[in-house]
Ligand binder design. Structure first.
Ligand SMILES: [Zn+2]
Length: 413
């Protein structure tokens, strides 16, 4: 697709102001007065399927050494990783055919820009600014957390992938060690979530991260407050300042549903005989990444009878986890390799004895399969001492936004 816009000989002196939404507090940069003496045509060209960048640039009359110069100037653009539908914008002086300016989005936060000057193509970056808002959702869970969020949150706030990401972040990023949203939740359980919502200077919207949450199930309140670590990763702590993270996560995959539970005597769907099902089956799309549920060492990786392509990981306390029916292993996964919790170890498939794509997940202690739901995985770590003050302040602010009563004040009278 090619979009053309023609700009006349603009003489800009002052400030061009766009009307933004009332919630954004954007400070617009003040443009220096410029007098434009030439007119330009701006148009866009889109990378087609199975097309190389040389082919796209050839349409614009750029090839050979000049193309090398252009790609060199477009800082942050990896020519080998350009996806179909990437849009390149070209600026060409009116009456000429050769572009003098090129712009391409290289990340959420920036465009790479190349401009033709007397000594060839020179690169620059153009930032995309994002304005952050905090939004709150309060609801009663109906059939599932995802369906409830899908009903409550309008498209104008979060699109469908954004809603799915928020639900998954709550289930996996925040509460993966604490609440099993497939089994612990009852209809009518109340939840409140505070999350960041971002709007770009181009009007794009996206979901950011969960800041705090409160889920009440079976009369128990599960609080969660974010505290980012030095590497910018989000860790969540409860109101007592204890980490929600445990040695083992509940799920190894972003699943659509649990297709079979741990059961010591069930009818096997392929073998049609009564056999114990010594694991949990998580149905997920073919190719979905499978993650290690805890730190450990890979002790088995490859084909193993009815498990198909599988990975076995040994953890502390004589615990082993197994992930079966993979379509393939993740690169570098083989016996002897150390993995961290959350590392991708393979991808969902249906190798071995499987009737559809899913992960068969087993949790073994001393070589015997257990239902991981019945295993006490201990307490999380407390907020680091040096950050307790910071956490207490954040907690007070988040509690106000969550509508939670503040901490009880001890009375001495
Ligand atoms: Zn299974």
């Amino acid at each position: 697709m090619v979009v053309r816009r023609v700009f006349g000989g603009l003489a800009l002196g002052g400030l061009l102001v766009f009307a933004w939404g009332s919630t954004t507090a954007e400070r617009l940069p003040v443009a220096a007065p410029i007098v434009v003496t030439r007119s330009f045509i701006e148009h866009a060209d889109t990378v087609r399927r199975n097309e190389t960048l040389s082919e796209l640039f050839a349409r614009q009359g750029i090839g050979g050494n000049e193309l090398i110069g252009v790609l060199d100037a477009l800082d942050g653009l990896d020519p080998r990783r350009v996806q179909p539908r990437t849009v390149f914008e070209f600026t060409t002086p009116v009456g000429e055919s050769h572009p003098e300016g090129i712009r391409v989005r290289v990340s959420r936060d920036a465009f790479a820009v190349a401009k033709l000057g007397p000594d060839g193509w020179r690169g620059a970056r153009e930032e995309v600014t994002w304005t952050v808002q905090t939004l709150r959702i309060v609801g009663d869970i109906q059939s599932s957390l995802y369906e409830t969020l899908d009903d409550l949150v309008p498209d104008t706030v979060l699109d469908r992938p954004g809603r799915a990401q928020l639900a998954w972040d709550l289930a996996d990023g925040v509460y993966a060690w604490e609440i099993d949203f497939t089994r612990d939740i009852r209809p009518g359980d109340r939840f409140t979530v505070l999350f960041e919502h971002l709007t770009s200077s181009l009007g794009e919207r996206r979901y950011g991260r969960v800041l705090a949450a409160n889920v009440q199930t079976a009369g128990v309140e599960h609080t969660a407050y974010v505290l980012s670590d030095a590497e910018g990763r989000n860790a969540y702590y409860n109101a007592d300042g204890m980490s929600l993270r445990r040695a083992f996560k509940m799920y190894p995959v972003q699943f659509r549903r649990i297709s079979s539970n741990f059961n010591r005597g069930r009818m096997h769907p392929v073998l049609k005989t009564r056999r114990a099902h010594l694991g949990t089956d998580y149905a997920a799309d073919q190719g979905t990444p499978i993650e290690a549920t805890a730190d450990g060492t890979v002790i088995r990786a490859g084909r193993w009878g009815g498990y198909g392509i599988m990975v076995g990981i040994r953890h502390v306390k004589d615990i082993e986890t197994r992930y079966a029916h993979m379509s393939r292993l993740a690169p570098g996964i083989r016996a002897g390799v150390r993995v961290r919790q959350g590392d991708v170890i393979g991808f969902v498939g249906m190798t071995g004895l499987a009737s559809g794509p899913h992960v068969h997940y087993e949790f073994l202690k001393n070589g015997r399969q257990l239902n991981p739901r019945g295993v006490d995985l201990g307490d999380g770590e407390p907020v680091p001492a040096a950050r307790r003050e910071e956490f207490a302040q954040a907690l007070a602010a988040f509690d106000g936004l969550l509508g939670r009563p503040g901490p009880a004040v001890a009375r001495t009278d």
